[in-house]
Design a protein around this ligand. Structure first.
Ligand SMILES: [Zn+2]
Length: 58
């Protein structure tokens, strides 16, 4: 019997305005199957912008 591992995944949060990857975080794929979208501060745009999840390139 396999132990139940938490399926956490490392993701980047990318600014939708300047396309920079400003944040790195982890999420639990089982609890959060949909893409994360958050209002975060972008220091390049100097304002809060929408940041969307993108996969970390391996
Ligand atoms: Zn930005």
């Amino acid at each position: 019997m396999a132990t139940s591992k938490l399926k956490t995944e490392t993701i980047h949060l990318q600014c939708t305005e300047c396309k920079r990857k400003n944040y790195t975080t982890t999420k639990n794929k089982q609890n959060v199957p949909e893409k994360i979208e958050l209002q975060k501060y972008c220091k390049f745009d100097k304002k809060h912008t929408l940041h969307k999840e993108i996969k970390v390139a391996r």
